[in-house]
Write a protein that binds this ligand. Sequence first.
Ligand code: PLP
Length: 404
Amino acid sequence: MTQPTPPRPLHRDTLAVREAVARSQYGENSEALYLTSGYVQPSAEAAARRFAGDEEGYTYGRYGNPTVSSFEQRLAALEGTEAAIGTASGMSAILMMCLALLKAGDHIVCSRSMFGSTIRLIGTDLARFGVESTFVSQTDTAAWQAAMRSNTRLLFAETPTNPLTEVCDIQALADIAHNAGALLALDNCFATPALQRPVLFGADIIMHSGTKYLDGQGRVMAGALCASQALVTEKFLPLLKSGGMSLAPFNAWVVLKGLETLDLRMRAQSDQALALAQWLQDHPAVSRVYYPGLASHPQHVLAMAQQSGVGGAVLSFDVKAANPEQARARAFAVLDAMQVLSLSTNLGDTKTLAAHPASTSHGRLTEPQRQAAGIGQGLIRVAVGLEHIDDIKADLALGLDPLS
Ligand SMILES: *Cc1c(COP(=O)(O)O)cnc(C)c1O
């Protein structure tokens, strides 16, 4: 879980393919996949030292695995943190972070626009164990400040958000956290380190769902926390050992290889998303497009500063309609007319995925809650993939053109 010192500072593109290649005696060029639950110990004394934490060395699959370590080191190198720890999924990374850093009576401030399961985990599940939480506007920095209490230990944000691509000011939130002696954690799933490195803006912990763009081809579940060596070794690793949110070696291997093409994919898919956003903006059946790369986006300037000038691969749009019933029917018609794109609530794939948030990811909210969140019945989210842009437009036009 430690990062070796490279012979000279290497560029991040190089680290994405070269960092943490621990070759076995066979000299394989591609990273080995170590499928093993246990490890043979060199001696009883060595085993005792390893279990006591006095000596490096693998002991048991729940505690660590060489393939998982490679993924952790490479991701840490890309995010620019000292260390990282892999987990079974994005949600288990959040669970690990909260269990490791919070206790009953502690308080956490989060954005109201966070991933649905994150809101459920923190606002409902952890509340049963006495963890207090406040959910505030994603974009209103003053509201984050106003929510701070003497027992606030953690601020947790996600930017851009799903599905409306709202952007928060990472540096401003880091300052609020640090002035209060709290930490800022940032869910970097949407932008990934290819576009956004939250440590540069003061974030202390970077959380990932490896399931999304790190894998990037929709194959496995994975997660990670990137942070200082002290947080990883003293806070997260003990919880991994007792809690068992361990990342499977096979999944780690898939995501490790995914990191090699992350930059290329994120830039290509973001180019496609921008082209699609511009096309949708001019379509007569579309009333509004949400995409940070568009000048019309309310936080466009901030997004460009934080995200290397790139908007990311996810956009949403509203179909024009007279009322919510018609909006829902029209959105369904657009999705059901697609012949090439996938009707799927996932994201982070080379295949373009489209979904209707109001009836799926945000289906458990009441209608007033949904309206407060700005998620209308006519909203369609598109996670743009690598098909030819003309084929993506043509597939959406099948449903959109008859509406105008
Ligand atoms: C998918 C997702 C998660 C949860 O990750 P899993 O790997 O599905 O557990 C958390 N945050 C964001 C922004 C996501 O998109």
